[in-house]
Design a protein around this ligand. Structure first.
Ligand SMILES: C[S@@+](CC[C@H](N)C(=O)[O-])C[C@H]1O[C@@H](n2cnc3c(N)ncnc32)[C@H](O)[C@@H]1O
Length: 123
């Protein structure tokens, strides 16, 4: 049925007005990921993030920001980060991380194909 198809979020009519957060809902994974990823900094991942983000500048859109572990690694050449995260628990953790970030970070609900501004993106 068309309505169900639409609700599951596999197709978005142009008129849909809110981000389809229900499509990415993994509460157990989110909590496990949050704990494991926090420990990853001690395993050298933080240095990797530094290298990854070195040289980045201007306005950045980070898609799938998770719990915001990249935020602390954005260099001062970045004017602003718009961090898109669909999973509710991780988005809340990202919002916490944003408050301590060295550059301005705005965390928003969305997905890779449903970015802020209600724009559908073809992939
Ligand atoms: C492995 S985590 C990476 C987090 C972060 N980029 C980092 O490096 O720490 C992948 C993230 O992508 C998010 N995600 C899953 N499906 C997505 C989609 N369709 N669009 C955008 N993000 C998505 C997940 O909720 C998760 O937070």
């Amino acid at each position: 049925m068309k309505g169900d198809f639409r609700r599951r979020g596999t197709w978005f009519p142009g008129g849909m007005s809110s981000a389809p957060s229900e499509r990415v809902h993994h509460p157990v994974f989110a909590r496990v990921y949050d704990r494991l990823s926090a420990a990853s900094g001690r395993a050298g991942v933080a240095e990797h993030r530094d290298r990854l983000l070195a040289g980045v500048s201007g306005r950045v859109v980070e898609v799938g920001a998770g719990n915001g572990l990249n935020f602390a690694h954005y260099p001062s050449t970045v004017a602003e980060v718009v961090a898109v995260e669909p999973e509710r628990y991780l988005r809340a953790r990202a919002e916490e991380a944003a408050t301590a970030a060295p550059v301005p970070v705005t965390v928003v609900e969305g997905t890779a194909t449903w970015l802020p501004g209600n724009r559908r993106v073809r992939t």
